[in-house]
Design a binder for this molecule. Structure first.
Ligand SMILES: Nc1ncnc2c1ncn2[C@@H]1O[C@H](COP(=O)(O)OP(=O)(O)OP(=O)(O)O)[C@@H](O)[C@H]1O
Length: 269
């Protein structure tokens, strides 16, 4: 028999997979179900945003992926690794920058080298390059208290990228920043991602931020935390300030708003 001349393109490699994942806290007879029956696949190199109201289980999901916590039921695989050990090629950025106040910014960025017993000398030039790429070249020898909130968060992102992680987990990284800084950080994060192409899981309360950043937005609803819908965002990159005026942005933001309205997470008036 003749082989078909048309070959289908290979499916994108799976980065992260959650199958039937449930996470409960508290007593067995009165559990708090933070996440219920989560089935999710995130592609290798994909930028995914998780958006949802307070308490829907976003941070719990991130902690499960980071292996900082174990699921009550279900299976998790991170780049094919199903063990319960935290993935070694992972960077995490939290809402609070968590820089060490007694270290300079350069030494803070080099912290993961110290933590993993790598030679600092080998990573110093990468740390300086990263500081340059986040606009902090002139602050390498400054201390955290000399930087603004946005600058500290930039340093935290540089630190998370030091060891060239395949996976970057970001839990409300811009949540404490003012609106203007936040918009610029969003644009700069996309530029970093376009350069490094790591897999990103970005948690946010902001519908706009999710749609403007992600290839796919995972919409979660609470009690118990579930994936309500997954939306693909087809905005061309880079998505600068003008992306807010694109029909695709307006449509996807509206669809997410409608989901939250229908679930009582938002009220029209
Ligand atoms: N260690 C814990 N012990 C008990 N309950 C917990 C624990 N961690 C989370 N929960 C509960 O699980 C649910 C989900 O919490 P989680 O922090 O994941 O939500 P979230 O969507 O990240 O919220 P937020 O946006 O406010 O940070 C909440 O009801 C919370 O009270």
């Amino acid at each position: 028999m003749l082989q078909s001349a048309v070959k289908s393109s290979p499916a994108p490699a799976i980065g992260i997979q959650l199958e039937g994942v449930t996470k409960s806290f508290g007593r067995k007879d009165a559990p708090i179900v933070a996440l219920e029956r989560i089935d999710l696949q995130i592609g290798d190199g994909e930028f995914v945003a998780i958006v949802g109201p307070s308490g829907c289980g976003k941070s719990t999901m991130m902690r499960l992926i980071a292996r900082l916590s174990a699921p009550s039921t279900g299976a998790i695989s991170v780049f094919g690794d199903t063990s319960s050990a935290p993935p070694h090629d992972m960077g995490i950025v939290f809402q609070g920058h968590v820089l060490l106040p007694w270290r300079t910014i350069l030494d803070n960025v080099l912290f993961p080298a110290d933590m993993t017993g790598r030679r600092r000398g080998d990573l110093r030039s990468r740390a300086l390059e990263l500081l340059e790429s986040v606009g902090l070249k002139d602050f390498a020898n400054a201390y955290p208290h000399e930087l603004s909130g946005g600058m500290k968060q930039r340093a935290a992102i540089a630190r998370a990228l030091l060891l060239q992680p395949k996976l970057l987990l970001m839990d409300e990284p811009f949540g404490a920043l003012d609106a203007l800084t936040r918009e610029q950080m969003r644009i700069d994060l996309e530029a970093l991602w376009l350069t490094h192409r790591m897999t990103v899981v970005f948690i946010t309360h902001s519908i706009d931020e999710a749609v403007l950043l992600a290839d796919r937005v995972i919409v979660m609803t609470p009690r118990p935390g579930r994936v309500e819908q997954t939306l693909t965002v087809d905005l061309p990159r880079p998505r600068g300030l003008a992306a807010r005026r694109e029909t695709e942005f307006l449509e996807k933001s509206e669809r997410i708003t409608d989901i939250f309205l229908s679930r009582g997470v938002l009220q029209r008036h």
